[in-house]
Design a protein around this ligand. Structure first.
Ligand code: SF4
Length: 187
């Protein structure tokens, strides 16, 4: 199992999203990072550029990670549960999540992260098979195949709920990433 195995994903046509995508969007960041962040699926800009989280959501995410002390090039590997853009940014179907799961598993095996962060409910469903409300799940450590896993709100949700209230999504997510950073220091 090597990085070249993962490159075969660039030719994948295991689900119908292959027919409408511009590019397969694999990852950005450091493949040796101890923190792996998994989002939902590429949006329009990601589909054009072949890089995950480069739109407005990505800017929110990058700012949040930087504010709590992560170096984006060194400390984090970022990918999505689904590697090809669903038309009109709709939520990926169960079949699409299942079809793409082997690529996600391969990424996890290659990066071998100490901590996985799941941004949003689709990433939670993709990895853990759970559909709990994010309000209940965020900030709660989960354990999956010997790894520490933290669900957090998706940055697109933070854009839609931009209150800086102490109990609002932005501050809660900042707290979650601070806890994640502390965890990485302990492990
Ligand atoms: S979404 Fe995943 S399974 Fe579907 S074609 Fe793209 S890489 Fe293959």
């Amino acid at each position: 199992m090597t990085a070249s195995d993962l490159n075969q994903c660039l030719d994948c046509s295991a689900c119908d999203l292959a027919k409408t995508r511009q590019t397969v969007v694999l990852s950005r960041g450091n493949p040796d990072a101890r923190l792996m962040l998994i989002g939902e699926a590429p949006g329009a800009q990601e589909d054009q550029l072949g890089i995950p989280f480069v739109g407005r959501s990505g800017k929110v995410l990058d700012r949040m990670l930087s504010e709590v002390g992560f170096n984006l090039d060194r400390d984090v590997y970022i990918c999505n549960a689904i590697k090809c853009r669903p038309p009109n940014n709709r939520r990926p179907t169960k079949n699409e999540l299942a079809a793409c799961r082997s690529w996600l598993d391969l990424q996890i095996a290659l990066v071998d992260p100490a901590v996985i962060v799941l941004t949003g409910s689709t990433a939670v469903e993709a990895l853990l098979g759970r559909r709990d409300a994010m309000r209940q799940l965020r900030g709660q450590w989960q354990f999956w195949q010997g790894r520490s896993v933290m669900p957090v709100f998706h940055p697109a949700y933070l854009l839609r709920h931009a209150s800086t209230d102490a109990e609002g999504p932005i501050e809660l997510t900042r707290r979650d990433f601070t806890v994640i950073r502390q965890k990485l220091c302990e492990l």
